[in-house]
Write a protein that binds this ligand. Structure first.
Ligand code: NAI
Length: 511
């Protein structure tokens, strides 16, 4: 899993074979041809490979129109791609990437034919997103030559390539594919062949926690999407993203990861999503998912609190990442350095504002013998976040929400008041993403650096979950998880043992 082996990319003279000329195969053929390799493109359906090549020619023409490519370069890219009529024609290929139907038996049989056609040292790569590389290799004569080369859609635009090693994969083969992907301008990462590899495993909580928060009545999809983007810094909210991916696809991936981990509750699918699949509300492609895409339909607005009065008294206890904004707000502030409150607690007009630690506001009020408690959410960057989610304890007076809202509005936040759910939205999501990332590292699926790189390059997270957790403080992330676990009492929220070890040992994931 290290980069200790000498890694050399395949030379540009090396022929690349691509099997399957659909969405992914055509994209991969384009990437290889643009890098400068001769490409052989095959598809089982008559005319499909030519159609794939014609599609690439159209993309090249568009790049020329936009001034991003010269006509000569575009012509050269297209000329490098040859359509072939049989797998036996793959003879000259040094690397064959398969992007066909997602079925183990079909992939095994295709690779069996490819193995017979190519040289003994040719590399066989599968773009599978859910099958085991170990299992695909099991029926081959040279399973050490088989590796996963998992591109993301659209392959020409997404930088991440997961290079997956099965049990039999030769490390040198994985290194050549890694180096070749890098030479193609991609961001490769190494991963062991385990269900979901890196991205499809570590990303599960992004969808799952959002679905749980709605199911627990915490907030509606539009509010959760707005909080995760405008406060959490994610490019797209989970409901928007699920509608885009398609609920059939997203639900199938969740189920496949859940089954593959022997029904570990960490990966439990959601009834809320199953309902959409059952209804045929698959998202954008069917015109309806969480949101309505019919013509003239308007998207529901996220919950936003009406303007409230700024508080008269503001006490800041210890350090708070809100400091810059508090100063800029012009509010009069009393600073109290050491007292009964934890760092980061802010008391506005007698209302205690606590950064989310995974407990419900109601629990904090009960456990700390307080009444007016409001919890506020984690932000990627409190200095620039546009929105914040808050939730009040059941014990709190009506004035509590008003005072908290007035305070955050005076700091320039749009305020979404949500129901009192453990961990709110961003804190809960990010803690669970970091927890899954920590487990993947603990189980030697990939290094911490590669997990973080995969999540930023494969699904555009604003930070790698582990680096983000280090930023927040591993002890705080561990507290959030422990509190979620204690409150919800489900195995799903058990903190990763490696995270616990880092907290107790004082280490970091990247140190
Ligand atoms: P697609 O349906 O767009 O294209 C598949 C192509 O393979 C079709 O043109 C089909 O005719 C051809 N094909 C099917 N069986 C074949 C065979 N036995 N021999 C030769 N060609 C055959 O599918 P897509 O989306 O391109 O997916 C292909 C692979 O890539 C799957 O393994 C999928 O899991 C994986 N993948 C898909 C991603 C996506 O977002 N669509 C992302 C990453 C991986």
């Amino acid at each position: 899993m290290s980069n200790a082996l000498p890694s050399s990319a395949l030379p540009l003279s090396a022929t690349i074979g691509v099997i399957g000329a659909g969405t992914m195969g055509a994209g991969i053929a384009q990437v290889a041809a643009q890098a400068g390799h001769p490409v052989l493109l095959y598809d089982a359906i008559d005319g499909a490979a030519q159609k794939g090549k014609d599609g690439i020619a159209k993309v090249m023409a568009r790049l020329v129109e936009k001034g991003k490519l010269t006509q000569a370069d575009a012509d050269a890219v297209v000329a490098r791609i040859s359509v072939i009529g049989a797998l036996a024609d793959l003879g000259p290929a040094k690397l064959v990437v398969e992007a066909i139907v997602e079925r183990l038996d079909v992939k095994q049989s295709v690779f069996g034919e490819v193995e017979a056609a190519v040289a003994d040292d040719a590399i066989l790569a599968s773009n599978t997103s859910s099958l085991s590389i170990t299992a695909i290799g099991a029926t081959l004569h040279r399973p050490h030559n088989l590796v996963g080369m998992h591109f993301f859609n659209p392959a020409p635009l997404m930088a991440l390539v997961e290079v997956i090693s099965g049990v039999a994969t030769a490390p040198a083969v994985a290194e050549v594919v890694y180096a070749t992907a890098k030479a193609w301008g991609k961001a490769p990462v190494h991963a062991a062949s385990t269900p979901g590899f890196i991205v499809n495993r570590v990303a599960r909580p992004y969808y799952a926690e959002a679905l749980r928060v709605t199911q627990e009545g915490g907030a509606d999809p539009a509010t959760i999407d707005a909080v995760l983007t405008e406060c959490g810094g994610f490019r797209m909210g989970p409901f928007d993203l699920m509608d885009l991916i398609g609920h059939d696809v997203n639900y199938a991936v969740t189920n496949s990861v859940f089954d593959a981990y022997y029904k570990d509750k960490r990966f439990l699918p959601s009834l809320v999503q199953k309902d959409l699949v059952d209804a045929g509300w698959l998202g954008r492609k069917s015109g309806r998912g969480f949101y309505d895409y019919a013509e003239g339909a308007t998207k529901p607005a996220p919950a936003i609190a009406a303007p409230a009065k700024a508080p008269t008294t503001v006490e800041v206890h210890g350090e708070t990442p809100l400091d810059g904004r508090i100063k800029a707000s012009g509010l009069t502030v009393t600073r109290i350095d050491e007292d009964e409150y934890e760092d980061g607690v802010i008391v506005v007009d007698g209302v205690v504002l606590v950064p989310s630690d995974g407990r419900m506001a109601t629990e904090i009020a009960a456990e700390e013998i307080l009444t007016d408690v409001v919890v506020y959410d984690l932000a990627l960057d409190y200095g620039t976040a546009k929105r914040i989610a808050i939730a009040a304890a059941d014990q709190a007076s009506p004035n509590a929400v008003e005072a908290a809202t007035g305070f955050f509005q005076a700091l320039g936040f749009a305020v979404s008041v949500i129901d009192d759910v453990p961990g709110l939205i961003v804190a809960r999501t990010v803690a669970m993403l970091a927890n899954e990332a920590a487990d993947a590292v603990a189980q030697r699926v990939a290094s911490a650096a590669d997990v973080d790189l995969a999540m930023t390059k494969g699904v555009n997270y604003p930070r790698g979950p582990l680096a983000w957790a280090e930023d927040i403080g591993l002890d705080r992330v561990h507290d959030i998880l422990n509190n979620l676990f204690d409150t919800i009492k489900e195995d799903r929220y058990r903190p990763s043992v490696l995270l616990r070890r880092k907290v107790l040992g004082g280490g970091t994931f990247h140190g």
